[in-house]
Design a protein around this ligand. Structure first.
Ligand code: GLA
Length: 338
């Protein structure tokens, strides 16, 4: 932190929105001083999901989730709860009955209720917002609306409505969000709008949409991104940018063993980061939070994803924890009201 003389990212944005980051139990040891200086909102990266909090039927384990919530509380940071209903990080048992057969609709709904209740009894007085359901849209442009998940198979189309209704019952004061990626792709965006509008028409409690914003520099158009903000805002929803990172590499380049982080790529990354923050400030009447998916490049989800060990540099701080030059520019833009 001795190299970080810039003003605080979240203080510079205080009049616009919260500035958040995701956290796992490694980050707050490694990144403690950056966190405390620059971020005022925390999303759990994975420890509040279903599998780590209920690894066995009715057995709840909160140790890791408690660390995240405890860190946020101790440092006066807001907490976003994240993604109990997801097609990943849900243990095998969740979808099976005692005989190892697919669980019935009734049993699955009972389990969602028991899990929601237990989670809320522990954290609902702390989190202000909750991504109840994550990534349920079918990515195939020619496919149907919903991803074929085990929840869909076992309960039917209304499992999402059920999850939100139970979330409202047990966390009546939290804002309930739906969260998804490639949310600015026009075809996927239309599907997300169909899902959200349908929920609204059926009277399902929904307060906001989380634009994940996992961006790569080769496929980003700020005009489309702004249209996207307007599209979701037109549904009357609050908006959070929930998982922002900007990879310098295309999907193909990410598979290669190594790829240079050239000045040209850094410049493109800088432009996009500044554009996204500027757009968020421009639409701050509907945007309440901008969360980056990680803090410094030494811990980021992309490095362990497609090709373990391969570096991706998608965040606002370098490996050695110094701020990137554009992080300082983002703050200057905010202070100058650009
Ligand atoms: C998705 C999920 C997040 C997280 C990332 C990878 O975007 O929404 O919770 O698991 O993948 O870090």
């Amino acid at each position: 932190m001795k190299y970080d003389t810039m003003p605080s990212l979240c203080e510079a944005h205080a009049k616009y929105f919260k500035v958040g980051t995701c956290l796992n139990s490694r980050d707050f040891v490694a990144h403690d001083s950056i966190l405390k200086k620059h971020f005022n909102c925390i999303t759990d990266e994975g420890m509040m999901k279903w599998e780590p909090t209920e690894p066995e039927d009715g057995v709840f384990t909160w140790e890791e989730a408690d660390k995240i919530a405890g860190y946020a509380k101790a440092n006066g940071m807001a907490l976003r709860a994240h993604a109990p209903l997801w097609h990943i990080q849900t243990a095998e048992w969740t979808h099976l009955d005692a005989d190892g057969k697919p669980a019935s609709r009734e049993l699955l709904i009972e389990r969602i209720e028991r899990h929601t209740k237990a989670f809320c009894e522990r954290y609902a007085d702390q989190f202000f917002c909750w991504d109840v359901v994550n990534e349920v849209i079918d990515d195939d442009p020619d496919g149907g609306l919903l991803r074929k998940t085990k929840w869909l198979e076992g309960i039917g189309d209304d499992y999402i409505d059920i999850a939100y209704t139970l979330a409202r019952k047990y966390a009546p004061n939290a804002q309930l969000f739906y969260n998804d990626y490639n949310e600015y792709d026009p075809i996927k965006r239309d599907k997300i709008v169909r899902l959200l509008r349908g929920m609204q028409e059926r009277g399902i409690p929904l307060d906001g949409f989380g634009m994940q914003s996992h961006i790569n520099v080769h496929e980003f158009d700020i005009g489309e991104y702004k249209r996207t903000i307007e599209t979701y805002a037109a549904l009357g929803l609050r908006i959070h940018i929930t998982e922002l990172d900007v990879s310098p590499y295309s999907a193909r380049e990410r598979m290669l063993p190594a790829y240079p982080y050239t000045d040209e790529l850094i410049e493109r990354q800088a432009t996009i980061y500044r554009q996204v923050f500027a757009a968020a400030r421009e639409y701050s009447d509907v945007i309440d939070d901008v969360t980056t998916w990680g803090i410094a490049d030494d811990i980021n989800w992309l490095d362990g994803w497609l090709r373990p060990g391969r570096a991706h540099y998608p965040l606002l701080f370098y490996y050695d924890h110094t701020p990137k030059f554009f992080t300082r520019q983002i703050v200057e833009d905010a202070i100058c009201g650009k």
